[in-house]
Design a protein around this ligand. Structure first.
Ligand code: EPZ
Length: 422
């Protein structure tokens, strides 16, 4: 297993290019199964999760070719009915094939997704939505078995859960409804940019969708979809991570390129409150840190609120803002595994329910730490950038699921960082 070793205290300077969005491309790959015709997806990041999804599409019978960030999916006529445990259990986004397989084949058997370190990840909203479209669903031997022998039927579906809307449940129902008879309204739909990207791809495939990007989506079912060509939006979470990187050390000046500033307004707002100078361009954000950081009060919320996927990275920043910051998690109340590791680096964070109370320090001290999930791994690397001495972030395999060459991108900005075998 690899570890990332960071020598802290270096100012970051220069430009970094943001890759295509992981959480957009994975549902797009599932959507490509809705037709037998080939589709081409561009700006696809080379990530472990993309490789896992490629394996799943191949197991389902599609031909897939991936090189130079371009992905070609040829689903063909005969798709298999079963998405197996060994692939779906490793990555929750693969559960998205349920909606597309059910719509295309009238039947699907998809393994229940695995457990997750960031807390419980139920699927009740996915199932409620697909049942609302007229399918019958049962759980058999660890698999979700969905059947709609006479096809799916458009319907009014309310997708609100205990923690608000659900991104991937909306994606599953949206995909299934494109081929249902009649009109579907998804109320309390998620409106994350990744879902808008999915809807735009489906529209290119011939789907009739309105209202994507709002909480009410209207889908008029069509008989068939065709193959399409699409470029994935840039990754707002990667962009946010590099913006935080540019804020960790005084004197840093980082230009984040090929991003969508309008997708990261909540992050821009919080960094500005922390005293970071931000300059937005059309597809760039420049981040400059001059003085001491101010403390922050952050609550994670569905889009356009502050994203849970940047909570850990922002916590790393507040550890070097002298004084008390508070971060409240409203999406995954247990997503705080990184707290004990950040505490090993010399700051004091206390958990009080779903809130973390962070006593920021002037300087962190480098230490060996253990990465637990994807975003926590990124947060520990960010903390290492600002720490005195060496930080070793162990078990970083999660990192490769969602960040394309993060250590190369950081070293191009002047960070002293390398990957080593444990
Ligand atoms: C997506 O997961 C992302 N994953 C997650 O990113 C992200 O953290 C999450 O959305 C929230 O923004 C992908 O897009 C591949 P949800 P998803 O359903 O769709 C509850 C990362 O680091 N819920 O929107 O699975 C759920 O427990 C990952 O890149 C139900 O109650 O998340 C949570 O509290 C991690 N019932 C809330 O809804 C359900 O059936 C939002 O989760 C489904 C979800």
């Amino acid at each position: 297993m690899d570890k990332i070793v960071v020598q802290g205290g270096r100012k970051l300077k220069g430009e970094v290019r943001i890759s295509g969005a992981k959480n957009a491309v994975l549902p797009l790959m599932a959507a490509a199964l809705l037709t037998e015709e080939p589709s081409q997806i561009e700006n696809v990041p080379n990530l472990q999760d993309v490789q896992t999804m490629i394996k799943l599409l191949r197991v389902l019978g599609a031909k897939v070719h991936y090189s130079d960030h371009i992905l070609e999916v040829k689903p063909g006529r005969d798709l298999k009915l079963v998405a197996p445990y060994h692939l779906v259990s490793t990555m929750r986004a693969s559960f998205c094939v349920l909606g597309s397989m059910l719509a295309r084949l009238g039947e699907a058997k998809v393994s229940l997704p695995g457990g997750c370190i960031i807390g419980p990840r139920p699927i009740d909203l996915h199932l409620k939505g697909l049942e609302g479209l007229g399918s019958t669903i049962s759980i058999e031997h660890g698999y979700v078995v969905a059947r709609a022998k006479n096809g799916l039927c458009g319907s009014d579906i309310f997708l609100g859960g205990k923690f608000g809307s659900s991104v991937l449940a909306t994606a599953n129902v949206l995909m299934a409804a494109t081929l249902a008879r009649g009109t579907t309204y998804i109320e309390n739909a998620a409106c994350e940019p990744e879902l808008v990207d999915l809807a735009n791809f489906l529209i290119k495939m011939g789907a009739n969708i309105k209202g994507h990007g709002s909480h009410l989506i209207e889908i008029k079912g069509v008989r068939k979809l065709r193959g399409a060509r699409h470029t994935v939006i840039s990754d707002r979470i990667e962009a946010g991570t590099f913006m935080v990187a540019g804020a960790m050390v005084k004197g840093s000046d980082v230009l984040v390129r090929d991003c969508c500033p309008e997708h990261i307004m909540a992050v821009i707002d919080k960094l500005s409150q922390a005293g970071i100078a931000i300059k937005k361009g059309r597809t760039t954000v420049r981040v400059r840190r001059n003085g001491t950081l101010k403390t922050l009060d952050i609550t994670t919320l569905p889009y356009p609120g502050f994203p849970t996927d940047l909570q850990a990275q922002m916590m790393a920043l507040t550890t070097v803002a002298p004084g008390i910051s508070v971060i409240t998690e409203k999406i995954y109340p247990d997503r705080f595994i990184h707290v004990s590791e950040l505490n090993r680096m010399g700051c004091k964070i206390f958990l009080e329910g779903a809130s973390a109370i962070i006593h920021g320090v002037v300087r962190l001290s480098g230490a060996p730490v253990m990465a637990s999930d994807l975003r926590a791994s990124a947060a520990l690397i960010l903390a290492g950038l600002a720490a005195e001495g060496t930080t070793e972030v162990r078990r970083v395999y999660h990192l490769d699921r969602g960040y394309e060459q993060i250590e190369k991108k950081l070293s191009s900005l002047g960070a002293v960082i390398r990957r080593e075998k444990e």
